[in-house]
Design a protein around this ligand. Structure first.
Ligand code: BDR
Ligand code: CA
Length: 310
C-alpha cells in the first residue's frame, strides 16, 4: 500500500480524489490538509470535513492550512465550484473535530510518526507544501514523492497558458518543483482526457447508496460549467482523481519524464508550467508527466469505488 497525505481544496474533483483514496486498499490515507483555492480556506476546510462525514471516515485527522498564497492575493473559483466550493449536493455538517494544528504541523507530525516515507498528493495550490518545506526542511527525506494535479504543457484553463492551481500560487509551485523531491504531475493534458460523460453521471446516480447519490449531484453541478462550447468537452474533466488513480493503476497512463519549472515573472504567463519535453535545458528530469489515461477504466474505478458504500 501507498501511504499518503492528501492536501486539497475541495472542490468537486478533489472530493472524488478523496473518495478514491478512502475506498481503495492500495492507498492508506493518513491525513487530510486543506488549502485556499477553489474557495476560501474556511470553506475548503469545512468541505473536507463534510466529505469525511458523508463517507464515514471521521477518524482521518484533518487540519486547515494557508490563509493566502505566498505572494499573490487569493483568487477563488466560485464560478466553477459554486459559493460553497462544493455546490450541488446536500452534504452533512461535520460531526467531528478539526485537529488543533496547522496543516504544516499535521504534515510534520504525520511524517515523523511514519516509519516509511509518505507520498504527498496535492490537488490544490501548493502553498502548504512550500511552507512545509521551508519550515521543516529536515523532514524532506520522509517525503517519498509529490503527486500533484496542476499545470499543463501548452494549455491553460484560467489564463491562456496557466492552469488554476498553479495560477493561484506560482511562487509556491516554484519552490515545490525545485525542491529535489521526485514529482508526478497530472497536467490538463491528461485531466482533459479524463472526462466523465453525462450518461455516466446518470449511471452513478443509479448506484443505490447515499454517497453515490451525493456524488452524482456534485458531478451534475460540476458538469454544467464544462458544457460551454469553448471547451469542446463531451463531459466534465475530472482533474484531481487522476493523481490517486495513478497511484493505484499506473499502467493506465502514458507518461514522459522531463524537467518542469514555473514561470513567475512573465507579463502574460505568470504561473505557466514550462515543460522541457525535448530536453533543451539539460536540467534534471524532475517530473514524471502524465499525458494519457485509459478513460474507460478510470470511470469504471470511480463507479466501483462508489459501490463500496452500499
Ligand atoms: C484544478 O483547479 C480546481 O478548480 C480543481 O479542483 C483542480 O484541482 C483544475 O485546474
Ligand atoms: Ca482541486
Amino acid at each position: 500500500t501507498t501511504k499518503i497525505i492528501l492536501d486539497c481544496d475541495p472542490g468537486h474533483d478533489d472530493a472524488l480524489a478523496m473518495m478514491l483514496a478512502l475506498t481503495n486498499p492500495e492507498i492508506e490515507l493518513l491525513a487530510v490538509t486543506t488549502s485556499a483555492g477553489n474557495q476560501t480556506p474556511e470553506k475548503t476546510l469545512n468541505n473536507a470535513m463534510r466529505l469525511l462525514t458523508l463517507m464515514h471516515h471521521q477518524e482521518i485527522p484533518v487540519a486547515g492550512g494557508n490563509r493566502t498564497p505566498l505572494l499573490k492575493p487569493l483568487e477563488t473559483a466560485g464560478n466553477v465550484h459554486g459559493k460553497s466550493g462544493l455546490d450541488g449536493a446536500d452534504l452533512p455538517d461535520p460531526d467531528f473535530a478539526v485537529q488543533p494544528l496547522t496543516a504544516i504541523e499535521l504534515i510534520a507530525q504525520t511524517l515523523r510518526e511514519s516509519t516509511t516515507p509518505v507520498t504527498l498528493v496535492v490537488t490544490g495550490p501548493m502553498t502548504n507544501i512550500a511552507l512545509f518545506l521551508r519550515v521543516y526542511p529536515e523532514l524532506k527525506t520522509k517525503i517519498a514523492q509529490i503527486v500533484y494535479m496542476g499545470g499543463a504543457m501548452g494549455l491553460g484553463n484560467w489564463t491562456p497558458s496557466v492552469e488554476f492551481n498553479i495560477y493561484v500560487d506560482p511562487e509556491a509551485a516554484k519552490i515545490v518543483m525545485n525542491a529535489g523531491i521526485p514529482l508526478v504531475m497530472a497536467p490538463l493534458n491528461v485531466t482533459h482526457k479524463a472526462q466523465i460523460l453525462k450518461s455516466e453521471i446518470a449511471e452513478i446516480g443509479q448506484i443505490d447508496n447515499p454517497v453515490a447519490h451525493a456524488f452524482a449531484d456534485l458531478l451534475n453541478f460540476f458538469e454544467r460549467y464544462h458544457e460551454a462550447p469553448k471547451w469542446g468537452f463531451k463531459g466534465a474533466p475530472l482533474h484531481d482523481p487522476c493523481t490517486i488513480t495513478w497511484l493505484i493503476h499506473p499502467e493506465w497512463f502514458k507518461t514522459e519524464r522531463m524537467n518542469v519549472d514555473v514561470e513567475t515573472a512573465g507579463e502574460l504567463t505568470r504561473g505557466e508550467t514550462v515543460c522541457d519535453y525535448y530536453e533543451l535545458t539539460g536540467k534534471p528530469k524532475n517530473t514524471e508527466v502524465l499525458l494519457d489515461i485509459d478513460r474507460a477504466a478510470f470511470i469504471q474505478l470511480i463507479k466501483d469505488s462508489l459501490k463500496t458504500f452500499g
